[in-house]
Design a protein around this ligand. Structure first.
Ligand code: NDP
Length: 334
């Protein structure tokens, strides 16, 4: 296998490259800064399919006019525990930064609160939103739909999005436990990266255009992804459709697919974010009870907790090695 050429960049160089390119393509200062923070956090933690890799897609949707770079999210709290953020047809990071503190406050007061983000475009990892809630002492759950990319169990035709789901559990004094996963066997970004870098993908990732299982990512991108774990993952993807679209009132994946201009960027959709306070719901002793559980789990042979890989990567403040062709492509957008 030929080595992939990389360019060494510090985290601040990554953030300033992202900031410059978003600003150049029409983002207002607050949108550009929120997007650049999203990109640098992904590169810092090793969420490679959702960092700089996504920048050309973000720019394509700004340039096609599908996404507003100067969007101003508007927040409304219609009930004590229901918060709506209208993303004003901008990217999700600024809508999330607008709504999350309000959601955390509501859940900390009422025990449970939900935020729906509508009229927004999500193209990123979802752990930042649930991890933020866990850092406020709350359990967080977030999900969004996409556009048809995954065949429901039994079908060979794309209908569900890759429908990521993230959950975080608070551990005051410790790093929270966070998982964040596509409900497809592999995230589409990882299949695109495998196609770019010439790697095969694991069995069960998808079907080629002939409807037959394939380990060739280029063929799967012409065909369809599969849900993880057969009908069980398919049921979770179905739940994400109901929460992210049915419950927010924004697009189901199939509706997003009908509307989207296929410019290479994300499709318009909703995001569902739930925050729950174990302190108010479980009451006294919740932390000791849960820490004992986590301790016992951690002692099992072969265990690593979800989020541990990212949190370890985060401790490394050194330069990152970014695909050189990608860096050139992004610099070419300046
Ligand atoms: P992975 O399969 O890489 O990881 C899923 C989760 O499992 C992570 O939380 C990971 O923790 C954890 N994990 C991995 N290996 C182990 C292990 N051996 N033991 C315990 N836990 C483990 O993620 P995906 O490829 O499914 O998704 C990648 C990203 O793509 C996600 O961030 C998702 O939000 C994003 N995405 C975004 C979409 C959008 O529309 N915005 C669409 C689809 C996906 P760790 O991080 O520590 O490795």
């Amino acid at each position: 296998m030929t080595a992939i050429e990389t360019t060494e960049m510090s985290l601040s160089e990554i953030e300033s490259l992202a900031l410059s390119v978003f600003t150049k393509h029409g983002c207002s200062a607050d949108n550009a800064a929120a997007l650049a923070r999203t990109v640098v956090r992904a590169e810092r933690d090793g969420s490679l399919s959702h960092g700089l890799f996504r920048v050309p897609g973000y720019i394509a949707s700004l340039n096609s006019g599908k996404v507003k770079g100067d969007a101003t999210p508007k927040i409304e709290q219609s009930l004590a525990s229901v918060i709506t953020v209208d993303g004003d047809h901008g990217y999700a990071p600024l809508a999330l930064e607008t709504g999350l503190p309000v959601l955390a406050k509501a859940a900390s007061e009422t025990g449970i609160a939900v935020m729906r983000i509508i009229n927004s475009f999500h193209f990123a990892a979802m752990w930042p939103e649930t991890e933020y809630l866990a850092e406020q002492g709350l359990a967080g759950l977030a999900c969004t739909a996409f556009k048809p990319s995954v065949a429901p169990a039994g079908a060979t035709q794309a209908f569900f999005g890759t429908n990521p789901l993230s959950f975080a559990w608070p551990r005051p004094g410790h790093t929270p436990i966070v998982f964040d996963m596509a409900t497809s066997t592999l995230a589409k970004g990882d299949v695109q990266i495998a196609a770019r870098d010439g790697h095969a993908v694991p069995p069960g990732t998808g079907l080629g255009p002939d409807g037959q299982p394939s380990d060739d990512p280029a063929e799967i991108l012409k065909g369809v992804l599969l849900p993880f774990g057969g009908y069980k993952g398919s049921a979770i993807a179905l739940m994400v459709e109901f929460l992210a679209a049915g419950m927010t009132g924004d697009n189901f994946s199939y509706e997003a697919g009908q509307q989207d201009n296929n410019d290479g960027g994300p499709a318009k959709g909703g995001e569902f974010v739930l925050a729950m306070s174990p302190k108010l719901i479980a009451g006294d002793g919740w932390q000791e009870h849960n820490e004992a559980f986590i301790q016992t789990l951690s002692e099992l042979d072969g265990i690593r907790l979800p989020g541990q890989r990212r949190h370890k990567n985060r401790l490394d403040m050194g330069p990152r090695h970014i695909n050189a062709a990608l860096v050139e492509k992004i610099r070419g957008l300046l």
